[in-house]
Design a protein around this ligand. Structure first.
Ligand code: GRG
Length: 303
């Protein structure tokens, strides 16, 4: 059995749980806003690994929480993530034609509708989190966490820095800047997924802290693996256009150090994630096996 098999089975279970909830929460067609609901559903239903909601569910379960405690947060994570992909694919940013194996939102619905579908998913995420989370004070905590991870000091700030660094390639190299971009652009939302899962379950500070360290290392490993896949995989496998980083002279670990060194760095971050789990108080065998397998999956995934 491969180290990531358990994670793959769990991702499929989590997908069933989260997709059913999202289907109920996403809006129905409204003639006053033609094709808005359709555009929102188009990008969510295109697929994707559902890694962020799966991490939230796994972290919540690992510290004794119930799925119902964390499900609105898990759905909100996927909505924020999907909106970021729609906006990232726009001509003003990455200008991509393919995402999750389908033509990108702006290719199907036009730029204005793609921007607005992303905007509506962004606000729906916070509406769900605040109205559907069982406990009001937890909802408030999770709302602040999600806003911080996805805003100016997290995903959006990282994206802005990434765009500013475009063209740098391996010139004027600065590993610290690269790591800072990775940590904010993609790492922050992944870290928040795990931390939020623990908070939703009402975990104590030591458990929240250990899981946050796990999520931080896993988030960096995820982005390094993404850089490697962009350089080594195909559109058929990835469901998006590979080779974009090199074409846009992006600052990545592959540009900086080459594929082998990037893989080694990814493995080191995975080890860090596993070390953090060792410090998680009260973690049972089942929880440890699942979180370990997810860390391996993130590093070894093929898309
Ligand atoms: C536009 C505000 C704004 C932010 C964009 C996340 C992001 C910031 C851009 C995405 C660009 C990109 C492809 C980054 C690489 C890492 C990444 C987020 C990959 C896609 O995430 P997966 O692999 O995708 O979890 P699926 O489709 O499986 O959900």
């Amino acid at each position: 059995m491969a180290a990531s098999d358990l994670a793959r089975t769990f991702l499929s279970e989590a997908r069933g749980i989260v997709d059913a909830a999202l289907d109920a929460w996403l809006p129905a067609d409204d003639p006053r806003a033609p094709r808005l609901a359709e555009a929102m559903r188009y990008s969510v239903e295109a697929g994707g690994k559902r890694l962020r909601p799966a991490l939230a569910l796994a972290a919540c379960r690992a510290v004794g929480g119930r799925d119902t405690d964390v499900l609105p947060f898990a759905g909100a994570l996927e909505l924020i993530h999907t909106y970021s992909l729609i906006h990232d694919d726009l001509p003003a940013m990455d200008d991509d034609d393919l995402r999750r194996g389908r033509p990108t939102s702006h290719k199907v619905y036009g730029e204005a509708q793609a921007i607005l579908a992303g905007d509506a998913m962004h606000t729906l995420a916070f509406e769900l989190l605040l109205t559907q989370t069982p406990d009001a004070s937890t909802a408030c905590q999770l709302g602040a966490l999600l806003a911080q991870a996805s805003g100016h000091d997290g995903m959006v700030g990282g994206q802005v820095d990434d765009l500013a660094a475009e063209g740098a390639g391996a010139d004027g190299v600065d590993v610290e800047r690269l790591e800072s971009i990775h940590r904010r652009k993609t790492g922050a939302l992944l870290t928040a997924s795990v931390r939020g899962g623990a908070l939703a379950a009402g975990a104590g500070p030591a458990a929240v802290d250990a899981l946050t360290r796990y999520g931080t290392a896993l988030g960096l490993a995820f982005q390094i693996a993404d850089d490697v896949l962009d350089a080594t995989s195909t559109a058929d496998v990835l469901g998006k256009t590979p080779g974009k980083d090199a074409a846009d002279a992006k600052l990545t670990y592959v540009a900086l150090e080459g594929v082998d060194a990037a893989r080694a760095r990814c493995a080191r971050e995975t080890e860090r994630a596993l070390e953090a789990l060792a410090g998680l108080p009260g973690l049972d065998g089942e929880g440890a096996a699942l979180l370990t397998s997810i860390a391996h999956f993130v590093a070894q995934r093929d898309r």
